[in-house]
Design a protein around this ligand. Structure first.
Ligand code: 4AD
Ligand code: MG
Length: 450
């Protein structure tokens, strides 16, 4: 019969395992009276108590152990009465006591400085379990809705969003100033991708509905709590989808993901609630139940200016400052806002123009606390309009780099839409973490590549 069980299995199968001799392997989280160990093995947020046969002074917190013993129920809790213990090596006490693993409060900044050890903390392992389940369920949901998962390139020569904040990829000696990238690896200037959207648009021509789910890179020098230089994005592209339908789809998609976490990660959420001192579970339930508020950009500007005359100019981006006004002073309900029909001049070249020719069929879904989680649009299908938009918005960029994209419009006027979901922003919202750097294993941001 099987002897070794991970701690998650033990809690699930406890009825069957009571009074049986079993083996566990895990590390010591707490040690009381030289007798009681709390062991965790990373498979669940829960620790299991192990009672030693006799007092032992030589067990260090943090050490990894193999324990053989009898599982029993005591005071309605399960515990293991140990019969045999093996230590896996030794703990370097000086290293351990200077690390974030020492049992005392460490602030998030300190945790970040030792990102390679964060996985052992209850906080970060809880966030990672939520992150994991979200990834799995994203694939599951989209597969069920007949999407194909495609992998778009990491190295490219386009700048989809036209924000110009790209990381160059080069093998040239950077000390020399090159104007001519013919000598470079790809024979032209190359960069890390900011989005897989353009490639996804080509893929739907043969696959109907596709999504990408991978890392994207932005060299924005934004030292904020919601920007990363390397983040993960889910980008969906759907053939025969109009603007209204893509918005509906995105709302359903987010609600499904929130429901999943409420169902499977409730223990983690309870812990995060305590840690972050916000009522996340109630907030999530509310978002799951209530319809998102849909409002045009024009109306948003009017509402903000009602608070104070000329607070915001038509044509400005709705920055964090205004998002706060929307949630705290105007809507006050903590329900996501779907803002649509943004001014053409502040959105990328690929978005479909509205009839007014000054706004585009774009939408952003803005969440309380973290801001924009989703950005999407119906795509422009007119060759000439895309060409003109590109020329206007990307004055110093080479049109040849997106010629292939333009040429897709030579296959007919096939309407389609898509959006990108910032994976870490979603996790940030669900976990209630204040800083996006705490929801990705190894965060990259200006000045940091730890
Ligand atoms: O709004 P963005 O820039 O849209 C696109 O890249 C489109 N190509 C998507 C598409 O239609 N296929 O980015 C999408 C989302 C944002 O809504 C935000 O959640 C997240 O990506 N995001 C970031 N997350 C972390 N750090 C950053 N620096 C981010 N910039 C955008
Ligand atoms: Mg956006």
């Amino acid at each position: 019969m099987k002897k070794y069980y991970n701690i998650k299995e033990i809690f699930i199968n406890k009825k069957k395992l009571i009074n049986k001799n079993i083996i566990i392997k895990g590390w010591v989280k707490y040690f009381r009276n030289n007798l009681f160990l709390e062991i965790n093995d990373g498979t669940t947020i829960k620790n299991i108590q192990v009672v030693l046969k006799k007092k032992n002074k030589n067990i260090d917190i943090g050490i990894t152990l193999k324990i053989y013993g009898k599982l029993r129920e005591y005071n309605k809790k399960i515990e293991i009465i140990s019969l045999y213990i093996k230590k896996y090596g030794k703990i370097d006490k000086e290293y351990f006591n200077n690390s974030i693993l020492q049992n005392k409060f460490h602030n998030l900044y300190k945790l970040r400085q030792q990102s390679y050890l964060r996985f052992r903390t209850k906080l970060f392992s809880s966030i990672m379990r939520i992150r994991h389940l979200l990834s799995i369920k994203i694939h599951k949901y989209l597969n069920k809705k007949n999407f194909y998962y495609i992998n778009t390139p990491i190295i490219t020569n386009n700048d989809t969003e036209g924000i110009g904040e790209i990381f160059n990829v080069t093998i040239l000696n950077i000390k020399k100033k090159y104007n001519n990238y013919k000598d470079d690896f790809f024979g032209c200037k190359a960069n890390l991708t900011v989005s897989g959207q353009l490639e996804a648009e080509s893929a739907i021509l043969g696959l109907n509905k596709v999504y990408t789910f991978g890392p994207v890179f932005r060299a924005e020098n934004s030292n904020t709590n919601k920007h990363l230089s390397e983040f993960w994005m889910v980008e969906l592209e759907m053939m025969f989808y109009k603007f209204k339908n893509i918005i509906k789809f995105s709302e359903k998609f987010i609600k499904y993901l929130i429901k999943v976490i409420l169902k499977y990660n409730i223990e983690e959420l309870k812990y995060l609630e305590k840690y972050n001192k916000i009522k996340i579970i109630k907030l999530l339930k509310n978002i799951y139940i209530k319809k998102f508020i849909k409002i045009s950009y024009n109306l948003v500007i009017k509402k903000i200016n009602k608070i104070k005359k000329n607070l915001i100019l038509w044509g400005s981006d709705i920055s964090t400052k205004y998002e706060k006004i929307l949630f705290k002073k105007i809507f006050k309900k903590n329900i996501p806002l779907i803002i649509y029909n943004y001014p053409k001049k502040i959105k990328p070249f690929y978005m479909k123009s509205n009839k007014d020719n000054i706004t585009v069929k774009s939408f952003d879904i803005i969440f309380p606390n973290v801001g924009e989680i989703i950005g999407g649009s119906e795509r422009e299908i007119s060759y000439i309009k895309i060409l003109n938009n590109f020329k206007k918005k990307n004055k110093n960029k080479n049109i040849n780099n997106i010629k292939w994209y333009l040429n897709l419009r030579k296959l007919g006027k096939i309407y389609h839409s898509g959006f990108g979901l910032g994976f870490e922003r979603l996790i940030q919202f669900i976990t209630g973490m204040k800083n996006i750097r705490d929801v990705i294993p190894f965060p990259r941001y200006p000045g940091n590549i730890n």
